[in-house]
Design a protein around this ligand. Structure first.
Ligand code: CA
Length: 233
């Protein structure tokens, strides 16, 4: 299951590359650019981790942390600008689980995120696919997707496929013979609030090809339509 991260950071020059970095690691990232937005996002969705900047407009990070802690044990990593801010985080016993001082290295941040997510093994309800389907099995070009059982068969052989790739492939297969634009695919699979590089899409397509194509270097099933997007069949 893809971990969902709420990134609370008001500076675009920090938030955007950080979101990209985390997405590239396979996390789902939602960005809130001030304290109020952070609490709103947190109230309406489920997150596995919160990365929380200390200095924020409207509601400061310290207050966001306190409010979240009233209802949730979600792991919180504070992003602090300087050493003196660490004293605030620690001294006030905000209930944050960890802190990182800016500037941090990507490697350090990812290591902390991974460690934090490993530690928090709180069970949570599985998300339910709301999309009703008349026929749960989609087939074409030797590929069969069972969307109810979440199974993929490639030329008769069962294959493992991570959720995001599965969603992407099923979207392409439901539109066999039709070109789907990069924008459509990203919107539907990653959500319209997706931040980050569209290369993520290409990487997923590449992985799908590696699983389903006989020769991934010369794809015969998932076609690239240059300058537009991708087509199944
Ligand atoms: Ca800030």
């Amino acid at each position: 299951m893809t971990a969902r991260i709420l990134l609370v950071e008001d500076e675009d020059s920090i938030a955007d590359p950080l979101a990209f970095l985390l997405e590239r690691e396979g996390y789902r990232v939602r960005i809130a650019r001030d304290g109020r937005a952070a609490l709103e996002e947190f109230a309406k969705d489920t997150f596995d981790l919160v990365l929380l900047d200390l200095m924020l407009p409207f509601v400061p990070g310290t207050e966001v942390c306190r409010e979240i802690r009233q209802t949730s044990q979600v792991p919180i990593i504070m992003l602090t600008a300087k050493d003196t801010e660490i004293d605030i985080v620690v001294g006030l016993e905000l209930g944050a689980d960890d802190y990182i001082t800016k500037p941090y290295s990507s490697r350090e941040l990812l290591a902390r995120v991974r460690a934090m997510l490993r530690r928090s093994d709180t069970p949570r309800p599985e998300s339910v696919e709301a999309e009703p389907l008349d026929d749960s099995v989609i087939e074409g070009h030797g590929i069969a997707l069972d969307t109810e059982r979440h199974e993929v068969h490639v030329r008769g052989e069962r294959t493992q496929m991570p959720l995001r790739e599965f969603e992407l492939l099923s979207l392409l297969m439901r539109n066999q013979g039709r070109v789907l634009t990069r924008g459509q695919l990203i919107d539907r699979v990653w959500g319209s609030d997706y931040f980050g590089d569209t290369k993520t899409l290409d990487v997923h397509i590449k992985r799908i090809r590696a699983r389903i194509e006989e020769n991934p270097k010369q794809p015969q099933i998932v076609h690239t339509v240059r300058g537009v997007g991708y087509r199944f069949g």
